[in-house]
Design a protein around this ligand. Sequence first.
Ligand SMILES: CC(C)(COP(=O)(O)OP(=O)(O)OC[C@H]1O[C@@H](n2cnc3c(N)ncnc32)[C@H](O)[C@@H]1OP(=O)(O)O)[C@@H](O)C(=O)NCCC(=O)NCCS
Length: 178
Amino acid sequence: MVAVEGETGVTIRPAHPDDLAELVEIERAAGELFRQLDADLLADHDPGSVEELVPYADDCRAFVSVDARDRPVGYLLVDLVDGAAHIEQVSVHPDHARKGLGRALIEHAASWASARALHSLTLTTYLDVPWNAPYYERLGFRSIPAGEETAGLRAIREHERALGLEVWPRTSMQRFLA
Ligand SMILES: CC(C)(COP(=O)(O)OP(=O)(O)OC[C@H]1O[C@@H](n2cnc3c(N)ncnc32)[C@H](O)[C@@H]1OP(=O)(O)O)[C@@H](O)C(=O)NCCC(=O)NCCS
């Protein structure tokens, strides 16, 4: 598939099998941001494996933003959860942070979901981490009250708790699509 030049000038394309090792490295590097908040446990969290990324690449549910040499510098994974496109992960390498790549990846996911008639984007995230819920709010997401989460989102939250990720308050968020 041909790479897409978004409105922002960021180039986003589906992930190729050859990209996947780089995505694991991006995940590890992006996690370093959490050391700023003394959350070494999160920074040291398993960044996942190429094998876990293969189904996303195979289904064209992994998107990468690339540099001028077509090398991934950020990525986003989508799952289908209760009729929504659920952002399973979005990460940008710190060397390329705060240039709008995260926003462009999320807008790409919104277009992808709209083209499939999905009603919304969802995600789960930390409520008070500056580059998590406050950032997503600026991108049009709103927190879902705990009692209103779908069964799929509740299961994801439960899985995250079991992994020990709930070191701070977390929330599910949703952005409705036109
Ligand atoms: C969340 C993430 C993907 C955003 O990517 P990005 O390309 O840097 O984001 P954008 O350029 O679109 O937006 C930047 C905004 O994010 C927030 N942000 C990003 N890094 C930040 C930091 N270190 N401290 C505070 N806010 C930060 C700010 O609101 C920033 O806007 P500003 O630069 O005008 O202050 C990236 O920070 C990341 O990979 N974080 C680590 C992994 C993570 O937490 N993923 C989300 C899991 S739910």
